[in-house]
Design a protein around this ligand. Structure first.
Ligand SMILES: [Zn+2]
Ligand SMILES: [Zn+2]
Ligand SMILES: [Zn+2]
Length: 291
């Protein structure tokens, strides 16, 4: 499996539009890997994690082809992860050619929110309306935590996030041909029930992506900070959840305490993890990858 980071910022992108803090100024000056779009990721060329607001900008800038996407795992409905205009663009009125049927997976609470938003703001009909399936060439799938499902060639297991109570926020393990990756964005410290569920489900990861909203000098709160991420990576290694040679990447990076890419990557390398950047492909074959 290959995971390509389409975006690696927290909610407001990085640098933030109207911010002149030291980190945002530094990122503007450095450009390149320090410029982060809102979080989403692509597995191989057919499984998208989060229908984020910046997926088209990412596809254009990093020359990533989204025309083969058949499966989309939605973590939760926050606006930095879910932009439903991408679904509306699939309707015949927009002249889309050749798009394969899209299987869209989310928790019941996220689907309910998506249905309501789509009806109210975009189309006048909801995603649960039979018309939606036909117009958008779309199939909705409700996914429950700890109940693995098959999405085409992928086995997908959802785990509860510690994020936005009531939204049904989920984190995903995606397995194929003996390789397993974990996408852990958005979340604060993983709840004990999620750690236990990793063991109950007997998952062992080749690649882990974790929330890194707050930087090295910040405290974690509603999201993980750098030191909490490092502690999570250590615990995963100690508990055998990360395979030998497995890699841990930080994503969902905000300007709060996170310096531009090179400095943050240097901190991370001293603390047992790596820092993702937009457009980075990581091959999850148990060997050292392409970063
Ligand atoms: Zn977010
Ligand atoms: Zn800033
Ligand atoms: Zn969120």
């Amino acid at each position: 499996m290959r995971l390509t980071f389409l975006g690696t910022s927290a909610a407001n992108a990085y640098p933030e539009a109207f911010c002149s803090c030291r980190n945002c100024q530094g990122a503007r000056a450095e450009g390149g890997r320090s410029l982060r779009k809102r979080s989403s990721a692509l597995v191989n060329d057919d499984l998208l994690i989060d229908l984020g607001p910046d997926i088209m900008a990412a596809a254009q800038m990093h020359r990533v082809d989204l025309t083969r996407v058949r499966y989309c795992l939605q973590t939760h409905p926050h606006a930095d992860h879910m932009d439903l205009s991408h679904l509306l663009s699939r309707s015949p009125g927009f002249g889309v050619v050749g798009a394969p049927r899209l299987h869209y997976y989310a928790s019941a609470a996220t689907l309910a929110r998506a249905d309501e938003t789509f009806r109210r703001d975009l189309a006048g009909y909801g995603l649960f309306d039979p018309l939606a399936g036909q117009e958008l060439n779309l199939e909705l799938h409700r996914i429950e935590p700890m109940q693995p499902i098959q999405a085409g060639p992928y086995r997908v297991t959802a785990f509860p996030a510690n994020h936005a109570p009531g939204c049904g926020a989920l984190l995903y393990a995606v397995e194929r041909e003996g390789r397993c990756l974990f996408y852990g964005v958005d979340t604060a410290s993983l709840p004990d029930s999620t750690w236990q569920a990793f063991h109950q489900q007997q998952v062992r990861f080749d690649l882990v992506v974790l929330d890194h909203t707050y930087g090295p000098e910040e405290e974690g709160s509603d999201h993980l900070c750098a030191r909490e991420l490092a502690a999570h990576a250590r615990r995963m290694r100690e508990e055998g959840l990360l395979k030998e040679g497995g890699r841990v990447f930080a994503s969902h990076i905000a300007h709060e305490g996170n310096p531009p890419h090179a400095d943050l990557a240097a901190f991370a390398s001293r603390h047992g993890y790596e820092v993702a950047y937009d457009g980075l492909p990581v091959v999850c074959d148990g060997l050292s990858g392409t970063a």
